[in-house]
Write a protein that binds this ligand. Sequence first.
Ligand SMILES: [Zn+2]
Length: 69
Amino acid sequence: MPIYEYKCNVCGHEFEELVFSSSAENPKCPECKSPETEKLLSSFSSGASFSDPVPSAPPSGGCGSSGFS
Ligand SMILES: [Zn+2]
């Protein structure tokens, strides 16, 4: 679900709003009911992309099939 963060330009209140349509207008501030709100950048769609070089090759060796008694 697309959750966007908004900040009120009047009272500075920050709030989250579920937005189902990207063309929707900015929601009103729940604190002062002002439509003067701006959309903040979502913090979980950008950034925090840690691309560590993970060794994806499996360790070479037998996988327990050598112990045949
Ligand atoms: Zn406000």
